[in-house]
Design a protein around this ligand. Structure first.
Ligand code: NAD
Ligand code: TYD
Length: 370
């Protein structure tokens, strides 16, 4: 480990990836996987999250037990005064910025929240950090770091061949991906203009425990369990590259420790699946664990109206982070998917609690056939 990271501000730490990241830093893992408890971090975490529908304090039930190392601050990243107070109160030296509105379908129905949190929120945090750390091109610092979390969706949509590299021009299509692209540009502008000690990563689709069940995998696991319809957008031929969430977080940790300022790193699972093939694999795995017959469950697949502007394929070339930082994914897809399915099935109370909220209303108002 090269950088000394002491007071780490994690934004969006009550969400899917952020809560797994906090666990990883604290030597915990939702599934108890020993190979993902090796961060070696000894400092303190300040989790700033305003608890939108996607922010779930249940995700942090293990972390709260480490009272001297884990602090929760319910605050909005767009609230400059609150961010200034938090930087000062905890003498923040590290920012890991996960907080975002993150679901493409929601961004189509209501883009405003995405512009607010993803663009204005990111700008606010960057600006507060710049002033608190007093960085400029004449006062570069190497004892602080701001890591901005982004997505491969900023690169647009691929045809059947090729991969996104760190130099692929941005070409976002959805309100979600365009808001993330805007925030990436603002973050990089802070590096070039103000000497902000900054790194950025663009990752593919994550899967694992604590994911809100509006996203493909937890939604389908929950619907298989409950005998509900399995809605596939369009013909189900869109392709996504899937990475286990704890492998993503190990990559972020390696960047925080050894990444070069001003650099962006692609993180990928090298694991592409057509949606319909992935769903069939999931049915084969989930049906027997829920006492159902896979062929019967398959009859619940419903092809529904396609998502507008649905990107055809995402695939990441992650050779830079492998070569430069020695990162390598640890989890195979076979193992990771099985672990994930079992986790959701064994944590029925987690799923039921989260499904009883606003999410339920959102589905019934906006989609039929689910
Ligand atoms: P998530 O929706 O599960 O969690 C987002 C968290 O941010 C929630 O806890 C929410 O309460 C919080 N939040 C939202 N607005 C906020 C605000 N204004 N102030 C404070 N907190 C706020 O999202 P996720 O899937 O964990 O994604 C985390 C990050 O990773 C996002 O930046 C996303 O763009 C990026 N990413 C996600 C994926 C993926 O597959 N999920 C892939 C690549 C990149
Ligand atoms: P999602 O989990 O929303 O992630 P993203 O859109 O950020 O990639 O969706 C993954 C893929 O699954 C995407 O191609 C859309 C598709 N999809 C369905 O076919 N049905 C669904 O109910 C959902 C939520 C997604």
């Amino acid at each position: 480990m090269s950088r000394k990271l002491k007071n780490v501000l994690v934004t969006g730490g009550a969400g899917f990836i952020g809560s797994n990241f906090i666990n990883y830093l604290l030597g915990l893992s939702a599934t108890g996987s020993k190979e993902f408890m090796d961060s070696g971090f000894t400092g303190r975490i300040i989790n700033v999250d305003c608890l939108t529908y996607a922010g779930n304090p249940d995700n942090l039930s293990m972390a709260v037990k480490q009272k001297d190392r884990y602090i929760f601050e319910k605050a909005d990243i767009c609230d400059r005064k609150e961010m200034e107070r938090i930087f000062k109160q905890y003498d923040i030296d590290t920012v890991v910025h996960f907080a975002a509105e993150s679901h493409v379908d929601r961004s189509i129905l209501g883009p405003e929240a995405f512009i607010r949190t993803n663009v204005t929120g990111t700008f606010t945090l960057l600006d507060v950090a710049r002033k608190y750390w007093n960085v400029s091109l004449d006062n570069k610092r190497d004892d602080v770091i701001f890591h901005h979390i982004s997505t491969d969706e900023v690169y647009g949509s691929l045809g059947p061949d090729g991969y996104f590299t760190e130099t692929t021009p941005y070409d976002p299509r959805s309100p979600y991906s365009s808001s993330k692209a805007s925030s990436d540009h603002i973050a990089m502008a802070y590096y070039h203009t103000y000497g902000m000690p900054l790194t950025l990563s663009n990752c593919t689709n994550n899967y694992g425990p604590y994911q809100f069940p509006e996203k493909l995998l937890p939604l389908m696991i929950s619907n298989i369990r409950d005998g509900k319809n399995l809605p596939v957008y369009g013909e189900g031929k869109n392709i996504r590259d899937w990475i286990y969430v704890e492998d993503h977080n190990r990559a972020v940790w390696q960047i925080l420790n050894n990444g070069r300022y001003g650099e962006k790193y692609n993180i990928g699972g090298e694991n592409e699946w057509q949606n319909i093939k992935l769903l069939n694999k999931l049915i084969d795995l989930t049906a027997p664990l829920t006492g159902k017959n896979a062929e019967e469950v398959r009859k619940s697949i419903v092809y529904v109206k396609d998502r507008p502007g649905h990107d055809a394929r995402y695939a990441i070339d992650c050779s830079k982070i492998k070569k430069e930082l020695g990162w390598q994914r640890k989890m195979t897809f076979e193992q990771g998917l099985e672990l994930t399915v079992k986790w959701y099935l064994e944590h029925r109370e987690w799923m039921d609690r989260i499904l009883s909220g606003e999410y339920k209303n959102w589905i019934s108002e906006n989609y039929s056939g689910r």
